[in-house]
Design a protein around this ligand. Structure first.
Ligand SMILES: [Zn+2]
Length: 91
């Protein structure tokens, strides 16, 4: 029982492991598909994937990059889109 706890504690002290975690939380890997936006669309950073039609409605043709019918947007672009498309939610 005590063996596992000890092993885990040892891992936490590893400096290389700590550095890797820090790197991951600071920068994303997936760039936002909206042109002019320099944020990241990683899931871990709140990024979302919109359909091609949704993106066309919002930003217009040529103003974003679609990948396989999906448009990866960052958190703030998604919020902008949601703001403009909340008609269905209002009563
Ligand atoms: Zn964006």
């Amino acid at each position: 029982m005590g063996f596992k706890a000890k092993a885990r504690k040892h891992r936490k002290d590893d400096p290389s492991d700590k550095a890797d975690t820090k790197k991951k939380s600071n920068k994303g890997e997936l760039a936002c598909a909206i042109s002019g936006c320099e944020k990241f669309a990683d899931k871990s950073l709140g990024g979302r994937s919109l359909s091609l039609d949704n993106a066309l409605d919002m930003w217009g043709e040529g103003n974003f990059t679609a990948t396989k019918g999906r448009v990866r947007v960052c958190k703030s672009c998604y919020r902008t889109w949601k703001k403009e498309n909340k008609n269905e939610d209002t009563y």
